[in-house]
Design a protein around this ligand. Structure first.
Ligand SMILES: Nc1ncnc2c1ncn2[C@@H]1O[C@H](COP(=O)(O)OP(=O)(O)OP(=O)(O)O)[C@@H](O)[C@H]1O
Ligand SMILES: [Mg+2]
Length: 333
């Protein structure tokens, strides 16, 4: 049985002047699954993540986050909805240097006007290996430690979904591997749902499935990714322009359940990828997942006032994706 989606995008479009960043994208992320989003630079990954998380407003389409259509929400309700459901981990950590580790971790709950759950905050700091560093300032920590604080911050609010944009992009291999392992644990042990943008096939191999974007379209999906299978698919995607080739089983307008998240662990693992609008499973079973690290992003910075809110750690997973395989988008690379 398939879990209900923690996040769902339906025919989402988003343009910037002269650029169609998302050209009618539909995707579904079942609760308790871990999805990586990959694609060439400029393909729309960050835009996709930001629209899914309520950090950006789509031009058209629906975004269901925790079952609620946030695309239609205006401030301050949008911020409230985001704080309630989502945690964020970004490449640049987005910690407040003036606050200790402890206060960084509690900040999103304080901003949300929620009484912080201190014992859970202690537990998540323990899980990320930072017990005893509560009083340290971010500047006194290594990059890997800072990102683990960011992950603890996301987890502290018990979000349904953690959105991560290049969470290992600034880390070395070992530190990146640790962060990816913690994200994986958040899914497997805590039932979180994770949507993670990465450039790194080895990082993507930690996920249950990989969704590939090109020119603002979802063009492929891979279940049970391995670093090798992801790299091979990325090479194909990088040379792709326009809508997905019909040979892959994609339909043109709409909705292809891409997923076959594979028999996943943790709550919400669904082996299926069925989606609402119908569908052709694009997924290809791969083999195993492995460690990895990821890359950089343009949208790495967010106002500090929202840093705790928008860029905290959390624990989610992924599910089925529908690719809006509509016409070609104009996307500047
Ligand atoms: N705020 C913005 N203003 C104008 N254009 C934008 C803005 N944000 C993104 N774009 C454009 O939209 C397209 C998609 O950008 P996006 O940041 O989503 O790509 P990406 O896949 O995350 O790339 P990268 O891998 O380099 O981070 C690009 O052509 C980009 O130039
Ligand atoms: Mg990006």
């Amino acid at each position: 049985m398939r879990n209900s989606p923690a996040v769902e995008l339906i025919d989402v479009t988003k343009s910037y002047p002269g650029v169609r960043a998302l050209a009618g994208v539909s995707a579904s992320f079942p609760a308790g699954t871990f999805t990586a989003v990959m694609g060439p630079s400029g393909s729309g990954k960050s835009t996709f993540l930001h629209c899914a998380a309520g950090l950006d407003r789509p031009d058209a389409g629906r975004v269901l986050l925790g079952g609620r259509d946030i695309a239609a929400l205006r401030e301050p309700r949008l911020t409230e909805a985001r704080r309630r459901v989502a945690g964020f981990v970004f490449q640049s950590y987005n910690l407040l240097d003036s606050l200790s580790v402890w206060h960084n971790v509690l900040l999103p709950q304080r901003l949300a006007g929620v009484r912080p759950d201190r014992s859970w905050a202690r537990e998540v700091l323990h899980r990320v290996g930072l017990s005893g560093r509560e009083d340290a300032r971010p500047a006194q920590l290594s990059g890997g430690q800072r990102q683990r604080v960011a992950l603890a911050r996301a987890l502290a609010g018990r979000p349904e979904v953690i959105f991560a944009d290049e969470p290992t992009g600034a880390l070395d291999l070992t530190a990146g591997h640790e962060v990816l392992g913690l994200l994986r644990e958040a899914v497997d042990d805590l039932g979180a749902t994770i949507v993670m943008v990465t450039h790194d096939p080895a990082a993507a191999a930690h996920a249950d499935r990989v969704v590939f974007l090109a020119d603002g379209h979802i063009v492929a999906e891979l279940a049970h990714p391995t670093a090798d299978s992801v790299a091979a698919r990325m090479t194909a995607v990088s040379t792709h322009r326009g809508p997905a080739p019909s040979a892959s089983g994609a339909t043109r307008h709409g909705s292809v359940p891409l997923a076959a998240a594979g028999g996943r662990r943790g709550p919400g693992s669904s082996g299926s990828g069925a989606t609402r609008h119908g569908s052709v499973p694009l997924a290809e079973a791969g083999g195993r997942r492995g460690p990895g690290s990821s890359a950089a992003t343009r949208h790495g910075s967010v106002p500090l006032a929202e840093a705790g809110d928008r860029h905290g750690p959390g624990a989610p997973a992924s599910g089925g994706v529908r690719g809006g395989m509509t016409g070609a988008a104009e996307v500047d690379a």
